[in-house]
Write a protein of this length. Structure first.
Length: 361
């Protein structure tokens, strides 16, 4: 273990360097920078001593952060939301950066390229991102094999990072056949992930959000839970909801969640709302796609608080949307979340985000 003073100095140095590096990286297309950065991190982490050093600087082994949620032991409550590591390629590196859990996906039955580029945009003035990626991923079977290999590499360890599987339907699958897509993904990933999140709330797959309607949602979740209960060791099953639902629609979700016996909800996905943005480029602001980051922070917290109060805390809630620093995470937990996920905050705050949140928690 590195002495505390050295860790602090390394963290402070990293923050200064990332602040400078971010200015350079933000000059280039965000999707290209994303893969360049993560592939670079993966390359240097192949050097054992370097990976150990990165882990010593950014990760924490303090038991005070550990918690048990829906029967799983999480090393800390700060996770990485779905969409960042869609294909489960960077789990070792993300663990070295201190994440308590990572949600891979969204995974579809077969590989699909997603929407045409450009499909990811930065709004620095609003500390936000706008994306219309469209579930670009390698497909359930390829990702399952990759996860299985990673899981095998973790054998014998006392603790490991928790991995969730976020599943969705293919772009070309009509909604009336969506149930089969979710089943395929569920079965393919079952032995490779620790929990599942059903994604019916992305705004970037045509017609997907219609599956949030009461009848369709009940059908999908009931079927998956039925399959789940047939397994010797069922996986925790969660639902990710849109921030654009009104409270009446959220009440429907709560009713179904209780009826089906969901383990929890992830609140919330990206939003179609553009109110209050200060970015001056209106053409950019009104690009199609979902908005994430700071503009979503207050709304996602409101949803968490509403669900927590409405259910009396009977549903485990993972809060996602606008978490950049410890205060953001604290407010969401005070509202009723048991854990939080970052995504856009990771892009803006850099690799020290988990450590910085935890040390100021």
């Amino acid at each position: 273990m590195l002495p505390k003073t050295i860790q602090t100095n390394c963290l402070n140095f990293t923050l200064k360097m990332y602040s400078l590096l971010r200015r350079i990286l933000f000059l280039f297309p965000p999707e290209r920078v994303h893969y360049l950065s993560m592939n670079g991190l993966r390359l240097i982490c192949r050097i054992p001593l370097v990976k150990i050093l990165i882990s010593r600087i950014f990760a924490t082994d303090k038991n005070e952060y550990s918690r048990e949620v829906f029967g799983l032991q999480f090393s800390n409550p700060i996770g990485l939301g779905a969409g960042f590591d869609k294909n489960a390629k960077y789990l070792n590196e993300l663990e070295a950066l201190g994440f308590g859990f990572v949600e891979i996906g969204t995974v579809t039955p077969g590989p699909q390229p997603g929407n045409e580029r450009p499909r990811l945009f930065r709004l620095p003035a609003d500390r936000a991102l706008l994306n219309r990626m469209g579930f670009n991923n390698d497909g359930a079977l390829v990702i399952a094999k990759r996860l299985s290999d990673w899981k095998s590499s973790q054998a014998g360890r006392k603790s490991k990072m928790i991995v969730g599987g976020n599943i969705g339907k293919s772009k070309l699958t009509p909604n009336e056949e969506a149930l089969k897509d979710y089943e395929i993904c569920f079965e393919a990933l079952f032995d490779c992930v620790d929990y599942f999140v059903v994604n019916v709330s992305s705004p970037n797959t045509p017609g997907l959000r219609a599956l949030q309607e009461k009848g369709e949602l009940r059908k999908i979740l009931s079927h998956l839970q039925s399959l789940n209960h047939q397994k010797p060791r069922p996986r925790p099953l969660l639902l990710k909801i849109a921030p654009d639902l009104n409270f009446s629609q959220i009440d429907d979700v709560i009713e179904i969640a209780k009826e089906v016996g969901l383990d929890g909800l992830v609140a919330a996905n990206t939003t179609l709302n553009r109110e209050g943005l200060i970015t001056k480029d209106q053409e950019l602001v009104h690009q199609s796609g979902g908005l994430s980051g700071k503009p979503l922070c207050q709304r996602s917290t409101e949803i968490v608080r509403y669900i927590h109060e409405k259910t009396g805390g009977s549903l485990s809630l993972i809060a996602s949307g606008g978490v950049f620093e410890a205060e953001d995470a604290r407010k969401k937990m005070e509202a009723g979340a048991i854990m939080v996920q970052v995504w856009t905050g990771f892009i803006y705050e850099g690799p020290a985000i988990v450590r910085n949140i935890l040390r100021r928690f």
